[in-house]
Design a protein around this ligand. Structure first.
Ligand SMILES: Cc1cc2nc3c(=O)[nH]c(=O)nc-3n(C[C@H](O)[C@H](O)[C@H](O)COP(=O)(O)OP(=O)(O)OC[C@H]3O[C@@H](n4cnc5c(N)ncnc54)[C@H](O)[C@@H]3O)c2cc1C
Ligand code: SF4
Length: 575
C-alpha cells in the first residue's frame, strides 16, 4: 500500500470509530468482532482497547506473537505522549545501502565509486562535475569517518581570521552543550576529556572510553608530546567494546573512513537514527522517494503539499509539519525549486539568503612517509588542536589535524588515478606501508557569493571561490616542520583529495551553511528553532543551519542541533 493510501485509510478509520457511548461491554464486543474477523481470514493478530488510564480488553488470535502486542502498546504509548494519534513519514531519495562484501572492498569503494550517487552538479563556470554525494538511508554518514568533534567555544563567538571575520552564532556554545552531550551518548562516542587544550567545557565525560592507540600511533603521540604538543584521543563514534572484543559489534578494522560499515557497528544515521525510529509504530520510511517541490497554501505561510517522485511515479503527501533534511546543497536546491507566486525567489527566500554562505572546509589529506613501517589498522585515534586558534607566530586560527583511516595502495590509486596510473599496485602498497595519513582542516569563511543556485532543469550549480587559504597553508607548514624535526626527513607528500580526486568542490562531504539560522529574517533563512522565518510549518534540520563551520568535522553539531530542534517539535506537536 502507498503511504498516501495508508494515511487516507487511517483518517477514514479514525472518523469511522466515533461512538455515541463507550464502556467495557462495547470494548469486549469490539475485540470479539475483530478477533472473529481475523480468525475467518486466517490472520494472527493482537487487538487491544484502551482508555486513557487503563486497558479494557486485549485479544489475540492463533499465529500472533508478543511482537504484535508490543506494537499495540507502543502505539498507545505514542498517543498518551502526544495526546493524539500521529504518523511520521520519512522520505529518502536513495535506497538502503546494501550490506554486501563490497562495503569493505577498497577497489569497489575508492576506484569504482560504488556508493557515489550519480547526480552531476555544475561549477561556477557551468562545467559539470560529479560530487562525492551518497544518497542512501543515513545519507553521507554511511560513508563518513565518524570523527565526532564539538565545535570549540570560540567558534560560536565572533572570531578574527587572517582573511576576515567568522561571525558569532545567534546561540552560543552553552546553548548547545547539553545537546552535544546527548549527541555523544546517542552516537556512542569514545574519547577522553581533559587532553585537548581547546576543549570546551563539558557537562559529563564521554560515554565511552577512548579508542586505544595501536603501537605506531602511541609512538606518534609520545613523539608529539616530547615535541611539546598536546595530542589527544580523537573522538570516535563506533560501537566498540575493547574490554570485551568477543562481544564487540565493532571489529576495529581498517575500513572506518570512507567505507560503509559491513557489520553496522559505525554510529551512522541509518543505524542509530532511522532504524530505531522505524521501531515506533507511527513512523514510516519511503525510500527511492525524491522530493521535487514543496507547495504552499494560498497565504504562502504553510507548506500544504510535498511533491515527490518514486520510481518515476509522482505522488503528493502532506503533514502538519514539514522538515527538510536533504543536506546543505540539496536542501537549498529544494527550497529554490519550490518558488511560487508567494515566494518568487524560492521558498523562505524573501531575503535572498537561501543557498548562500556555502562552506565545506579547507581540507588537505597529507601522507608523511617515515622509515618506520606503519602497521596500524584503526588509525583514527590521534588528533592535534595546538594550532587551532593560532600560535605565537600567527595570531589567527589555523585549524585541526587528525589521522585519516589507514590508506593502502588501492585507496591511494583511487584517490589519484591519473598520478598513479603507471605505478603498480605493489609499489603503492609499499609506500602506504610507511605512510602516516593526516587530515588537515581549516575554516573557510562564510561568503554570500559562495552559493548554491539551480538551473532551469533543476541542476545544482555551486559557485565557490576559496578563502582563508593562508591559515590552511600555515597549518600544513606547522605539521611539515614538526614531522621534519621528528623524523629528520623531508618526505611529506600532499594528497590533495578526499573521496573525490582533489579537495576541490567535488569533495562535498563537509558541506554546510546554505540556510543559516538567526534572529534577523533579513540575514538568515531560519529562526532559532530552525523554522523558516517566512513559513509556519517548514523546518530545515541538517548542516544548512550553520552560520560558520569552524575547523572540526560538522556532524556532531548537526546531530546536537537535530536533537535540540526535535525536542522543540515534540513540544509543538503535543500542542
Ligand atoms: C567520506 C566522508 C567522510 C566524512 N567524515 C566525517 C567525519 O569523520 N566526521 C564528521 O563529523 N563528518 C564527516 N563527514 C560529513 C558528514 O557525513 C556530514 O556532515 C553529515 O552526513 C551531514 O548530514 P546532513 O543531514 O546535513 O546531510 P546528509 O547526510 O547528506 O543527508 C541528506 C539526506 O537527504 C537525502 N536527500 C537529498 N535530497 C533529497 C530529496 N530531494 N528528497 C529526498 N531525500 C533527499 C539524501 O539522499 C541523504 O540521505 C564525512 C562525509 C563524507 C562524505
Ligand atoms: S572500525 Fe568498526 S565501525 Fe568502523 S568499519 Fe570497522 S567494524 Fe565498522
Amino acid at each position: 500500500m502507498s503511504s498516501e493510501a495508508d494515511i487516507e485509510k487511517i483518517v477514514a478509520q479514525e472518523q469511522g470509530l466515533v461512538f455515541e457511548r463507550f464502556d467495557e461491554d462495547i470494548a469486549f464486543a469490539l475485540v470479539g468482532h475483530v478477533r472473529d474477523a481475523a480468525n475467518a481470514a486466517g490472520k494472527g493478530i493482537a487487538v487491544g482497547v484502551y482508555l486513557w488510564d487503563r486497558t479494557l480488553c486485549i485479544g489475540m488470535t492463533a499465529g500472533a506473537s508478543s511482537h504484535n502486542l508490543t506494537w499495540a502498546e507502543r502505539k498507545v504509548g505514542t498517543v498518551r505522549l502526544l495526546h493524539k494519534s500521529s504518523y511520521r513519514l520519512v522520505l529518502e531519495r536513495g535506497d538502503w545501502l546494501p550490506q554486501e562484501p563490497q562495503n569493505w572492498d577498497a577497489e569497489a569503494v575508492f576506484q569504482q565509486n560504488r556508493y557515489v550517487s550519480k547526480d552531476p552538479w555544475l561549477d561556477k563556470h557551468g562545467k559539470p562535475f560529479q560530487p562525492g554525494s551518497h544518497y542512501f538511508v543515513g545519507g553521507a554518514t554511511k560513508m563518513y569517518g565518524a570523527a565526532h568533534f564539538r565545535l570549540r567555544q570560540q567558534d560560536f563567538e565572533e572570531l578574527a581570521h587572517f582573511d576576515g571575520t567568522s561571525p558569532a552564532w545567534p546561540l552560543r556554545y552553552a546553548d548547545f552543550e547539553p545537546w552535544y552531550q546527548r549527541a555523544e551518548e546517542m552516537y556512542h562516542v569514545h574519547g577522553q576529556r581533559g587532553e585537548d587544550p581547546t576543549e570546551p567545557p563539558c557537562s559529563g565525560p564521554y560515554p565511552h572510553p577512548p579508542v586505544a592507540h595501536e603501537p605506531r600511533m602511541q609512538k606518534l603521540v609520545d613523539d608529539l608530546r616530547a615535541a611539546g604538543l598536546h595530542p589527544f584521543h580523537a573522538p570516535s563514534g563506533v560501537q566498540l567494546d575493547e574490554a570485551n572484543m568477543a562481544f564487540s559489534r565493532c571489529r576495529k578494522c581498517n575500513c572506518c573512513d570512507g567505507f560503509p560499515c559491513l557489520v553496522h557497528a559505525k554510529s551512522d544515521a541509518e543505524v542509530l537514527g532511522i532504524r530505531p525510529a522505524l521501531a515506533c509504530p507511527n513512523v514510516s520510511l519511503l525510500t527511492r522517494a525524491q522530493v521535487k517541490r514543496l507547495h504552499t497554501d494560498a497565504s504562502g505561510r504553510t507548506v500544504s503539499g510535498v511533491e515527490l517522485e518514486r520510481d518515476g511515479e509522482p505522488l503528493t503527501v502532506s503533514g502538519d509539519v514539514v522538515v527538510v533534511s536533504c543536506g546543505a546543497a540539496n536542501s537549498a536546491r529544494l527550497l529554490l525549486l519550490s518558488a511560487n507566486d508567494r515566494h518568487p525567489r524560492g521558498l523562505a527566500n524573501g531575503s535572498d539568503q537561501v543557498g548562500r554562505h556555502y562552506m565545506f572546509h579547507n581540507s588537505k589529506a597529507m601522507v608523511a612517509l617515515a622509515h618506520e613501517p606503519n602497521r596500524t589498522i584503526f588509525q583514527k585515534t590521534v588528533s592535534i588542536n595546538d594550532w587551532y586558534l593560532g600560535d605565537a607566530d600567527f595570531d589567527y586560527p589555523m585549524g585541526n589535524i587528525q589521522m585519516t583511516g589507514k590508506t593502502n595502495g588501492t585507496i591511494m590509486k583511487g584517490y589519484a588515478p591519473l598520478e598513479t596510473f603507471l605505478m603498480p599496485g605493489w609499489s603503492m602498497d609499499k609506500i602506504a606501508e610507511h605512510a602516516l595519513d593526516f587530515w588537515i582542516s581549516s575554516e573557510d569563511l562564510p561568503d554570500p557569493n559562495n552559493r548554491v543556485t539551480v538551473t532551469g532543469s533543476g541542476q545544482i550549480q555551486l559557485s565557490y571561490t576559496p578563502n582563508n587559504l593562508t591559515a590552511s597553508a600555515r597549518l600544513v607548514s606547522r605539521l611539515e616542520g614538526l614531522l621534519d624535526r621528528l623524523y629528520l626527513r623531508k618526505h611529506l607528500v600532499e594528497r590533495q583529495f578526499y573521496i573525490a580526486n582533489s579537495m576541490g568542490i567535488a569533495a562535498v562531504g563537509h558541506q554546510a551553511g546554505t540556510c543559516r539560522f538567526g534572529s534577523d529574517p533579513a540575514t538568515s533563512v531560519l529562526d532559532l528553532n530552525c523554522k523558516a522565518h517566512e513559513l509556519d510549518n517548514l523546518y530545515v534540520v541538517d548542516t544548512s543551519f550553520m552560520p560558520t563551520i569552524g575547523a572540526v568535522n560538522p556532524s556532531l553539531t548537526a546531530i546536537a542541533n537535530a536533537l535540540r530542534v526535535g525536542t522543540h517539535l515534540v513540544e509543538r506537536l503535543r500542542g
